[in-house]
Design a protein around this ligand. Structure first.
Ligand SMILES: [Zn+2]
Length: 473
């Protein structure tokens, strides 16, 4: 029997975001809920599977040290309580930033290694937006990352990380790990895998990974909005043989590097006013407009009202604005009730650096209790329906709208606090535009004040040569 522990901490932290991430931003899974997440691990007769704790959060600002310390402590205590272990599966993101720690994942995974000892095998799954470091790779034995962005293979990646672990336990061997950091730091909006060149580059990841000599291969684009020394793209390859691992890492890194100039935005972009004008002038039945600087899925606060102000100022036609995190405004709407008209100052509280409260007069159209997602209110201001949310919330699926009785396609403009459109919207959007709006995750990271990333780094530096030199760790 292989005794395997599982869990981890998964959060993506934008270091430019003024709002710290708190325990309340996490879903912390234990017991039955965690067993459900890892149902794939239960069906092996040679495995004694022990899920300990997994905490995953909506992307946000830098995580409070005490919150991180408490989650880490609980996980380590779980390991200590049932030691010894044959394997550990770590369910991570890879772009966690903790106040006072340079490399939070390295801190966590090293502590896990220290707890389980050198003979235990450790396997991790990462988001491809994780910033992988040599320190992390040295502390673990196996790692695999998502291969799609927008992410449609999160569950599949967790299964793969677990299968890799089991495969190596059964084989009684540790693989060679080739690590190749790439001096490029491109945003998720430029590196989607649905469009070229991301599509071809990621097809190569799957192809290389399937080769007989390889156990697995990953290409991480990294997370742009983290001003840390480890922020950059990276290729990783796992094989029994060091040469095979190095050669695969070199091929993947080369494919990414060679394509670097071709990574662009998948949709037209522009300033807020230009994009709003373009949406107003469009003949499309509905235009999806991304408020990208305040993109909640990249860690922004989601309460910068700048685009709402510009939409109202330009006399927007029937528009859906999703959403605005403002607990006080939601409370006021609930107090007033459906049909009430009230004066409110919206947003600007969570991210006062990039936004200031916007005074509006609106009519309460709907009130909804949504469990863990919190209370939501729909407020009509002129012809704009603003979804106010009690908690920071990204609107990424159509179900979130139908749940509120709303049909995005019934509106002329749908303004979302996203960068790239998530698959549900991509499938139905007659037209999409992305605005370079103000916020903690400006879609042009070259304009942000980075101090800690390695240089030279594309696209911050453009005119330099690089030759891939993978290391075995
Ligand atoms: Zn991601």
């Amino acid at each position: 029997m292989w005794k395997i522990a599982a869990g981890g901490i998964a959060i993506e932290c934008a270091t430019f975001a003024p709002l710290p991430s708190e325990l309340s931003d996490f879903d912390v899974l234990r017991g039955g809920a965690l067993r459900e997440r890892y149902a794939f691990a239960e069906r092996h007769r040679d495995v004694e599977f022990v899920p300990l704790l997994q905490a995953h959060a909506v992307p946000g600002g830098v995580l409070r040290r005490s919150v991180y310390a408490a989650l880490k402590q609980e996980f380590l205590a779980g390991l200590a309580a049932s030691a010894p272990w044959d394997g550990v599966y770590l369910d991570m993101h890879g772009a966690m930033a903790v106040a006072g720690l340079d490399d939070a994942e390295a801190d966590f995974i090293r502590a896990v290694r220290a707890a389980v000892g050198p003979n235990c095998l450790i396997s991790a799954s990462y988001d491809l937006h994780g910033n992988l470091s040599a320190a992390v790779l040295e502390a673990l034995d196996l790692i695999t990352a998502y291969r799609t962005a927008p992410h449609e293979d999160a569950a599949e990646t967790r299964v793969r990380a677990f299968q890799l672990l089991l495969h190596c336990l059964r084989a009684g061997r540790r693989p060679q790990k080739a690590f190749l950091p790439i001096p490029a730091l491109l945003s998720g909006e430029r590196t989607m895998t649905l469009v070229e060149p991301g599509k071809s580059v990621y097809a190569e990841v799957a192809r290389v990974s399937a080769e007989e000599a390889l156990l697995d291969a990953s290409l991480l684009v990294g997370f742009t909005w983290a001003d840390q020394a480890r922020s950059q793209a990276a290729a990783v390859a796992l094989a029994w043989d060091a040469d095979a691992a190095q050669s695969a890492a070199r091929r993947l890194a080369g494919a990414y590097w060679d394509a670097r100039h071709a990574f662009g935005f998948a949709v037209p972009t522009g300033t807020v006013d230009a994009c709003v004008s373009q949406a107003l002038a469009s003949t499309a039945s509905t235009v999806f407009l991304s408020d990208s600087g305040d993109n909640v899925t990249a860690g922004a606060a989601g309460d910068v009202p700048f685009m709402l102000e510009r939409l109202l100022a330009q006399g927007a036609p029937r528009t859906l604005y999703a959403g605005m995190a403002d607990a006080a405004a939601v409370a006021a709407c609930f107090r007033a009730g459906v049909g009430a008209r009230l004066d409110l100052r919206l947003g600007g509280a969570l991210d006062p650096v990039h936004g200031r409260p916007l005074p509006v007069t609106g009519l309460v159209q709907g009130l909804h209790e949504r469990g863990r997602a919190g209370r939501q209110a729909i407020l009509r201001v002129d012809r704009v329906d603003v979804i106010l949310t009690e908690r920071r919330l990204a609107f990424t699926t159509l179900a979130q709208f139908s749940d509120l009785g709303l049909d995005p396609l019934a509106y002329r403009i749908v303004c979302l606090k996203l960068g790239y459109l998530f698959p549900d919207f991509q499938r139905i959007a007659p037209e999409a535009i992305m605005a370079f709006s103000p916020g903690a995750v400006d879609a042009r990271p070259e304009t942000l004040p980075f101090h800690n990333i390695q240089r030279p780094m594309y696209p911050f530096d453009r005119d330099f040569d690089w030759s891939p030199d993978p290391k075995i760790l």
